[in-house]
Design a protein. Structure first.
Length: 484
């Protein structure tokens, strides 16, 4: 598991450039079969990939600038005239926001919008692209205000206002179309290369939608909003293994009755588009389909939240039909609800386990490998929301780790991370996912996300020199040893 953003790059953030292709080569060399990434949508406030401005659009930050140079749309001296951050292992999102779109605009001004492939792309994706590009043009026109703070006519999508702004902002709309064309052109090339190398791409599909998003602006009727577009109830999560105090995510919750009335068409369209991009789809926070936790929009005490019934198998059947040949991983980590696992098993989708959740000292813990009853399992050693393996043992005493020492047959903390990887590989789980940070044996300075915090997350990047040949050889050996 490695987000696109974490790849090496000279321009502040990972892209679909040469480093991405080299990473595919590395995975093939290490005898791996899957590359899991995080959601690739354009970022909103907080820079979380799970709070995207659009469910369909791609993040323009991931467009490889060197590719645009090769195609005559940019000059290398133009790119190098901008600052992209001060660290090769960290992302400065404020710098990217200030400079990336300026550079991409220079490329757009040299792009021939009469290009047949570009025209075909815009036509093929017009159902979502037209609204997305208008939305982005409007955000910049309004100094980045969210849609619910726009003037009433355009906030409420009155046809006269929509027509007016489509004409007024035509050039800006075309720019955002161009960014999406380049994003998808480059992504397609990367995915095809990965597939030819025997690597399948796993995409992560957020369950909820950001409030400040084109998806909510264009489909207000599908969410629990008041007549002015204000939030009524928002998504939340009670205390669990990821956040001991619970979390208030702030996303608008779905109006499931309205969605069901047309057979969950919105979901079907969304899943079909994502299924076309990946070999495997991981549906984030799948438990929300069975039962979801929400809280009044003006409430701050998580204890005021409540559970409500979701659409269950009706929606799962729509997802199953929409994915086609793409495989599904239904994420059921965190809060444990029996009905969730029951539905997942009924659909025939794999179970999910997290090895870091296994060591509470109880031999009947469901995450301990000796308790796995089905090989149709995807085993994560850790996730982007947890400590790294090294970070985990640094935060615990030897006394707290005593059960882990006994279970893994090891004697000290420094042996933990490799012992956990070996244990995962030796399990019956069909698929094992390792974070790149854990292969590199990095501490929590490389942690991807700390739930319920903002400002320090989603920033880690790795550099090629972090993975020496000795470490590569060890991973290859484990892969062969356990017939992975």
């Amino acid at each position: 598991m490695l987000p696109i953003s974490s790849l090496p790059s000279a321009y502040g953030i990972g892209t679909f450039g040469n480093a991405a292709f080299k990473f595919v080569d590395l995975l093939a060399d290490l005898k791996q079969k899957y590359w899991q990434i995080l959601p690739m949508g354009p970022l909103s406030v907080g820079d979380s990939p799970f709070q995207s401005i659009s469910l369909y659009a791609g993040n323009p930050y991931y467009i490889d600038l060197d590719d645009l140079v090769e195609n005559g749309l940019l000059r290398i001296e133009e790119i190098n005239s901008y600052r992209w951050g001060d660290s090769s292992d960290n992302i400065d999102y404020s710098v990217l926001y200030q400079n990336r779109y300026t550079v991409l605009w220079s490329a757009y001004e040299r792009f021939d919008c009469r290009n047949a492939q570009y025209i075909a792309f815009c036509d093929r994706n017009k159902e979502w692209l037209a609204d997305y590009s208008l939305y982005m043009a409007l955000k910049y026109h309004t100094d980045n205000k969210p849609w619910y703070e726009w003037e009433e006519a355009i906030r409420d999508r009155q046809e006269e206002a929509l027509t007016q702004y489509r004409l007024q902002l035509a050039d800006q709309i075309s720019f955002w179309n161009f960014c999406q064309y380049e994003f998808y052109r480059q992504w397609d090339a990367l995915k095809q290369y990965a597939n030819r190398k025997g690597i399948q791409m796993i995409g992560d599909v957020p369950f909820y939608v950001a409030y400040d998003s084109v998806d909510v602006w264009t489909h207000r009727e599908l969410f629990e909003l008041d007549s002015n577009g204000g939030l009524v109830r928002v998504a939340a999560c009670p205390p669990d293994d990821f956040a001991k105090e619970g979390q208030i995510w702030g996303n608008p919750v779905y109006d499931w009755d309205t969605m069901e009335a047309d057979g969950f068409c919105w979901w079907g369209d969304r899943i079909r588009q994502q299924a076309a991009l990946f070999d495997v789809l991981k549906i984030d926070h799948f438990l929300g389909i069975v039962k979801y936790f929400s809280i009044a929009a003006d409430e701050t005490d998580i204890r005021a939240g409540r559970w409500s019934k979701g659409p269950g198998k009706k929606l799962a059947d729509v997802i199953e039909e929409a994915v086609g040949d793409t495989k599904v991983i239904a994420e059921n980590m965190g809060t444990v609800l029996p009905g969730v696992n029951k539905l997942i098993h009924k659909m025939g989708w794999p179970d999910i386990k997290v090895l870091l959740f296994a060591f509470n000292g109880k031999a009947d813990n469901e995450y301990l490998p000796h308790n796995y009853t089905d090989s149709n399992t995807v085993l994560y050693v850790g996730t982007h929301d947890n400590d790294t393996l090294v970070g985990y043992y640094r935060n615990h005493t030897d006394y707290e780790l005593a059960y882990m020492y006994s279970y893994l047959n090891i004697e000290n903390k420094e042996q933990i991370s490799d012992a956990l990887i070996r244990t995962a590989y030796a399990s019956v789980a069909d698929v094992v996912i390792l974070q790149m940070q854990d292969i590199l044996q990095l501490g929590n300075e490389a942690r991807m996300n700390q739930p319920s915090t903002i400002g320090t997350n989603w920033k880690w990047r790795f550099t090629d020199e972090l993975l020496p040949e000795e470490r590569r050889s060890w991973i290859r050996t484990q892969t062969a040893l356990y017939r992975r």
